[in-house]
Design a protein around this ligand. Structure first.
Ligand SMILES: [Zn+2]
Length: 100
């Protein structure tokens, strides 16, 4: 484990300042403060947008546009490990449609 483990998580973001604060506040409130478990680094990059995981009721027949799980992405700035967090669990409200 590197010396970064004792420091609070640091986030680099391409979101605007308000959205970055909303996301990082939610991560902090939910205890997302551990360093990367792959390399021990404690600086994370926020993805440049939201992600959506489509729920597939049948693995052999791809369905588009059905139920989905919205998420934000954190990537370790050192090793690139990717971690997705559900915006539903974090209570993050994406901006209204068309406002981005
Ligand atoms: Zn890492």
């Amino acid at each position: 484990m590197s010396g970064d483990a004792a420091k609070p998580a640091h986030y680099q973001s391409s979101f605007d300042a308000e959205t970055t604060k909303q996301i990082t506040d939610a991560l902090t409130a939910h205890g997302v403060n551990k360093p990367c478990f792959r390399c021990g680094n404690n600086t994370w990059r926020l993805g440049t947008g939201y992600f959506s995981f489509t729920v597939q009721p049948d693995i052999y027949n791809l369905t588009l546009g059905g139920p989905h799980v919205p998420a934000i992405l954190l990537s370790c700035s050192r090793c690139g490990f990717l971690a997705f967090h559900s915006t539903l669990t974090l209570g993050i409200q994406p901006p209204p449609k068309g406002a981005q």
